[in-house]
Design a protein around this ligand. Structure first.
Ligand code: AMP
Length: 327
């Protein structure tokens, strides 16, 4: 049996370097290092619906994320790229999982607790509450072995494992495989410009396809403390950027030299980071702009993805429906 690798990204606007280094780069690396594996990378549009409730924005962001996937190196000849809403079995399976899951169990989810802490339970929609069950369906529908994600999604993969075990137990079957998260320790939480986890909701992101002017403005605005020799927030981002194209010992040597030579000179250090960011982002941005010229590209790729993922989901769903006794 081939190994199955699967992950998704919500189309909620421009991805940032936290999404890239925390998860999306691993999609590409695994795609290329695991030629025998079957790889699924999907646009998690039904997950995004909890946040994006405007048809035009949803359409645009969903198209954009496919271009982002291609620009970073996902290849539709090697990976199956599809849209979650194209495969009806995702939501169908989510409903089945809902029937075997309790409310207190879902209340343990960090994402739910964070949402309660921010705005109170009354404003949380049922979709946000139920998010882990749709994610369990996404993963388990394809007999996934490995889920490349950032650390913030680790608990959701554990929920998928629990749900697989529970289903197998309740329906006395071996319907589902238990998936494993794939999280790289040194990038499991990519910090933002203020040192907290990089996240759109904290407004501390560096967009993955930022233009030069934007990069300058963002880096000059990185929060630095006025004491100490090393601006930690600049250093942390610098370390991650250099790791894109260098081995870790090379990164360490380069950084040591730069931060030694510019001890206490925060402006110089920010300027060096700006150059390194520009050099890292420019080729990705240019490739993306080139791809965007082809108006039909995204539709064609999603059509092929739907044709490949659809039959797998349909077949699995038959097995699930037999296990629960509806067929
Ligand atoms: P999302 O936008 O929630 O669909 O996130 C896409 C992927 O990026 C998920 O696997 C997240 O875990 C990952 N991710 C998001 N922010 C970060 C971050 N600051 N550090 C590491 N991974 C992240």
């Amino acid at each position: 049996m081939s190994k199955i690798i699967l992950s998704g990204v919500k189309p909620t606007g421009r991805p940032h370097i936290g999404n890239y280094f925390g998860a999306m780069k691993q999609f590409v690396d695994l795609q290329n290092s695991e030629p025998e594996a079957i790889k699924y990378f999907f646009v998690a549009d039904y997950h995004a619906l909890n946040l994006i409730q405007n048809a035009e924005e949803m359409r645009q962001h969903s198209r954009d994320i496919v271009l982002d996937f291609l620009a970073i190196g996902l290849d539709p000849n090697k990976s199956i790229i599809f849209k979650q809403s194209d495969i009806l079995e995702h939501t169908e399976l989510c409903w089945i999982f809902d029937a075997i899951t309790t409310v207190p169990y879902l209340k343990r989810a960090h994402a739910y607790k964070d949402a309660v802490a921010k705005g109170g339970e009354e404003i949380i929609n049922v979709g946000t509450f139920n998010y882990p069950m749709l994610m369990a369906a996404d993963i388990l529908l394809y007999d996934t072995d490995l889920v490349p994600v950032g650390k913030d999604q680790k608990q959701h993969v554990e929920f998928a494992r629990d749900t697989a075990e529970k289903f197998n137990r309740v329906f006395d079957s071996e319907t589902f495989k238990l998936p494993e998260p794939y999280i790289l320790p040194n990038v499991e939480i990519v910090p933002g410009t203020d040192g907290q986890k990089m996240s759109k909701s904290y407004k501390n992101t560096i967009p993955l396809f930022a233009d030069d002017e934007e990069i300058e403005k963002i880096v000059m605005g990185i929060v630095t403390d006025s004491t100490g020799e090393k601006p930690q927030n600049v250093y942390n981002i610098h370390k991650i950027i250099l790791s894109a194209n260098n081995a870790s010992d090379v990164v360490q040597d380069k950084l040591q030299k730069i931060y030694e030579e510019n001890k206490g000179k925060y402006k110089n250090l920010k300027e060096i980071l700006i150059e390194d960011l520009k050099n890292f982002i420019r080729p990705l941005r240019e490739k993306r702009a080139e791809l965007a010229k082809d108006e039909e590209l995204v539709n064609n790729i999603l059509k092929v993805g739907r044709e490949k993922a659809g039959p797998v989901a349909t077949e699995k769903m038959k097995q699930i429906k037999k296990a629960i006794g509806v067929i």
